[in-house]
Design a protein around this ligand. Structure first.
Ligand code: SF4
Length: 73
């Protein structure tokens, strides 16, 4: 298990627009049905482009745990 500053997506706010997916230069986020999901946490370089891109402020950067299968929280 590893821990890092990663995007946390509030699914109560996410409108599924995909802007965060398009903004990330490291393909950390993908769409999972109607919502965005962090799928490659180990690749995040904390550039925070997703935070800026989200039109509804659904993404915050937080210290989160992850492993090879994804985020743990
Ligand atoms: S940019 Fe925001 S609203 Fe759009 S898919 Fe990503 S988290 Fe959801």
């Amino acid at each position: 298990m590893s821990k890092a500053l990663l995007p946390k997506i509030d699914l109560d706010l996410c409108i599924g627009c995909g802007a965060c997916v398009a903004s990330c230069p490291y393909s950390v986020i993908e769409m999972d049905g109607d919502f965005a999901k962090v799928v490659r946490p180990a690749d995040c370089r904390q550039v925070k482009d997703c935070v800026t891109a989200c039109p509804v402020s659904a993404i915050t950067m937080e210290e989160l745990e992850y492993d090879d299968s994804g985020l743990k929280s």
